[in-house]
Design a protein around this ligand. Structure first.
Ligand code: GLN
Ligand code: ZN
Length: 768
């Protein structure tokens, strides 16, 4: 029974990767210093995994930015604009070429945009989308994988332990996009396969025994074309790559629907994810018992969450597999790459010991494989102590009152008192807003000054009173500016928040923040997801003081700002001992109490942000319904408690939701604001098919770029929107929060926005 790992975190225990990349980008260090740190991180990772006695250790899982971009360089998928920058091509091992693809190149008169980035399946990791030409040529362009292989030989001593990792050809094509519409990316398979074969055989010639090809496409609803391409690809690979063992990995869900694809391909091993989908085991086993030789790799350790493995559960699966196909044909591993969890729990010093004992980061997870092996060999005490540790006997995990109220949610709790058309009338009468009312999404620029203020406060160099006073000054400033711009609905600016989830998780009982639990989100950007460990309760007001302070400074309406239950859940590590829906309802209830408290304090508009609602969507369509059932219920639980006259807003930042629009309408928010401007109101197409019933603010300018939009272009977008949507339902706003922008840009852009709205009131009003 071999123990192996699919991938290890590459940011370094002190986020060395972030620091060194950012230093390199700002010309503070040279490429040698950069490469040195990369090398150190790889060494450290290999040594850790070797010490934990893994039989197969991944290589080529390191990346300076993103492993999909590494694949593009390996395969020579580099577009013309980047290749044409002479100063970066073929210099410094092409690292500048690589970074220019990831981040754009604006130097020496060049102005080349970065490549597109998007989410890696349903995780919070973002990859750089490969771009293909109709006649895309592939070639071995980068040496990274071979260089790292040589390096790992020096560290690991035995070549037999090294398992290079590649994204498989079918998933790689699937993850990319066509530059023009005239062809289908899957048709490139015949061009790409010879290069894969070359790479694999080159690795074999260097003495490699095992290679891992990631094919997460296997867990999706594959089209007929994709299936055909898959069969072709692996038919060719097995024909032309003999004498090397191929481990095909699937992760993030089960492969049940696609298992028949493996019938005709002769790879040596298949990896399945038993954490996200344990039901598939029996079906896979029955397939395997007909196959004579293939090895089954069981993904048992959760690579996307931070809890210790439940050994009893895992052992049961291992035993069942051994009994069915024999011990020689079993491997054990985490379900997916450990990229999605922090590195080492030993660096956490402020977590309650009863909780910390139950947690496990990447390094600990590797050792869990070791434990499982020992238990299989007969060690009973490890099993016993594991089940003892996992018991949640302490009262910090349980709150009877909370458990009871979430099991007693009624229809009434998730229903506004009256339907939208009645609420809308009452709200219009009360608020007297003009047509095309203007507002923003919530945050205003988070300047260096605010960040250093917060740092001082954290280090206790600044008292609570002084800190609060400074934040209040920012609020006073942002209100004055919004009044000058003549926005209709104002916000307080969110200056007191570093992050929209962390702010709330710090204040809620049952959730904790780690000191060093960093996870890569994209490139050098890392996030520190909170940990939901127990029943969640609101212990007091979280936002009321700030929002009411803001309201006291203006006669205009202030919109209160909250983060929604689905987003708090989605961007946290969630407890795994109860259905996720229950945890969602507990958070929702806490938010509901905050909503009520804001309303009682006189706040008449409340926004509950749900930017993560879409990314939580299951990978297979058949599971969407149950996801929407609980996520919509959670949102409605948090928002339905208010009077008809109190206006509930929500915000989402993506524009491709044509397929889920109906569900978004089910949230029944009075107003939704969303992204559309980057895609020039592409979103509006959806309204031809489905007429959105409530009020909506399709973002009229892109806040992701420093560019200032003109009055005319904003007006054009408003005009476009007014042709698709009832005019009385349209709001005017930017497409997301403004916290990453500079004050100067923000003030001019918003001024242009209000001018455009005023123009629209004159030119587009039904009465003019
Ligand atoms: N209210 C938040 C802000 O303005 C929303 C952020 C988001 O959509 N991610 O920053
Ligand atoms: Zn947004």
């Amino acid at each position: 029974m071999l123990k192996h790992n699919l991938g290890y975190p590459r940011i370094g225990i002190r986020r060395e990767l972030k620091k060194v990349c950012e230093a390199y980008w700002s010309n503070k260090i040279d490429s040698n210093a950069l490469f040195e740190v990369g090398k150190k991180i790889r060494e450290e990772n290999w040594k850790t995994q070797d010490k934990a006695d893994l039989d197969l250790i991944p290589c080529n899982d390191f990346s300076f930015y993103d492993h999909v971009l590494d694949m593009s360089l390996l395969l020579g998928v580099v577009s013309e604009p980047y290749l044409s920058i002479p100063v970066i091509h073929n210099h410094n091992n092409n690292i500048d070429l690589y970074f220019s693809m990831a981040r754009g190149f604006q130097k020496n008169g060049w102005d080349i945009k970065a490549m597109e980035m998007t989410k890696w399946f349903n995780t919070n990791y973002h990859y750089i989308v490969p771009e293909f030409d109709k006649n895309q040529k592939f070639s071995i362009f980068s040496n990274k994988i071979f260089d790292e292989l040589e390096e790992s030989k020096n560290i690991l001593k035995s070549i037999k332990k090294i398992k290079p990792v590649l994204i498989g050809p079918v998933s790689y094509l699937f993850l990319g996009k066509e530059k023009e519409k005239s062809f289908h990316k899957m048709d490139l398979i015949e061009n790409i396969i010879p290069i894969y074969i070359k790479i694999i055989n080159k690795l074999k010639d260097k003495g490699i025994n095992w290679i891992q090809l990631d094919e997460p496409i296997l867990v999706l609803d594959m089209s007929e074309k994709e299936k055909k391409v898959f069969k072709y690809a692996y038919g060719e690979i097995s024909k032309f790559c003999s004498k090397i063992n191929i481990l095909l990995t699937s992760y993030f869900d089960g492969i049940s629907e696609n298992i028949s694809l493996l019938q005709d391909v002769s790879v040596q091993a298949l990896h399945i994810d038993l954490v996200e989908n344990s039901n598939q085991l029996e079906q896979v086993l029955s397939f395997f018992s007909k196959e004579s030789k293939m090895i089954l790799s069981l993904g048992l350790i959760d690579g996307r969450n931070i809890w210790k493995n439940n050994y009893a559960n895992s052992i049961q699966k291992i035993k069942r597999t051994i009994e069915s196909i024999g011990e020689d044909r079993v491997m054990i591993a985490p379900n997916c790459s450990l990229l999605h969890v922090p590195i080492d729990i030993e660096y956490e010093n402020s977590i309650h010991i009863d909780i910390k004992n139950k947690m496990s980061f990447a390094k600990q997870k590797i050792y869990e494989l070791n434990d499982l092996e020992k238990i299989v060999k007969g060690n009973k005490s490890i099993l016993l102590s594991n089940s003892y540790i996992l018991k949640k006997s302490s009262s910090i995990f349980h709150d009877k009152k909370i458990k009871e109220r979430t099991t007693k949610i009624t229809e009434q709790d998730i229903q506004r008192k009256n339907p939208f058309h009645i609420r809308q009338k009452k709200q219009k009468k009360k608020f007297h807003l003009p047509l095309f009312p203007t507002t923003t999404i919530g945050s205003f620029p988070q300047t260096k000054e605010i960040r250093s203020l917060r740092n001082k406060f954290r280090k206790k160099e600044l008292s609570q009173e002084k800190y609060d006073e400074k934040i209040k000054n920012f609020i006073i400033y942002v209100i004055k500016e919004q009044e000058k711009i003549d926005l209709d609905v104002l916000v307080h600016g969110e200056f007191e928040r570093t992050d929209m989830v962390e702010y709330f998780s710090d204040k809620l009982k049952g959730i904790l923040s780690t000191d060093n639990g960093w996870v890569q989100s994209y490139g050098s950007r890392c996030v520190k997801p909170p940990v939901i460990y127990g029943d969640i309760d609101r212990v007091g007001d979280m936002t009321v003081e700030w929002i009411c302070f803001a309201q006291s400074k203006t006669k205009k309406l202030i919109k209160g700002m909250l983060t929604g239950p689905v987003t708090i859940l989605q961007w946290s590590f969630v407890r795994d001992d109860q259905p996720i829906s229950l945890t969602a309802y507990q958070i929702a209830w806490a938010i509901r109490e905050e909503v009520l408290s804001l309303e009682k304090s006189g706040i008449q508009m409340i926004q509950i942000d749900e930017p993560a609602l879409r990314e939580g969507l299951p990978l297979k369509k058949k599971n969407w319904k149950s996801y929407f059932d609980w996520s919509i219920k959670a949102f409605r639980l948090s928002s339905s408690v208010v009077k008809d006259e109190t206006q509930i807003h929500t915000h989402m930042c993506y524009s491709e939701f044509n397929d889920i629009f109906k569900h978004i309408a089910d949230l029944d928010a009075d107003v939704i604001t969303m992204e559309t401007s980057r895609s020039k109101m592409e979103l509006l197409k959806a309204f031809s098919v489905f007429s959105y019933p409530n009020e909506i603010g399709p973002g009229v300018y892109d806040i992701h770029s420093p560019r200032i939009p003109t009055v005319e272009e904003i007006f054009d977008l408003i005009e476009k929107a007014s042709k698709k949507l009832p005019i009385k339902n349209i709001w005017i706003n930017p497409d997301c929060g403004l916290k990453t922008r500079k004050w100067k840009e923000v003030l001019i852009s918003l001024k242009n926005m209000t001018k455009a709205a005023k123009m629209a009131r004159i030119k587009l009003s039904p009465h003019s």
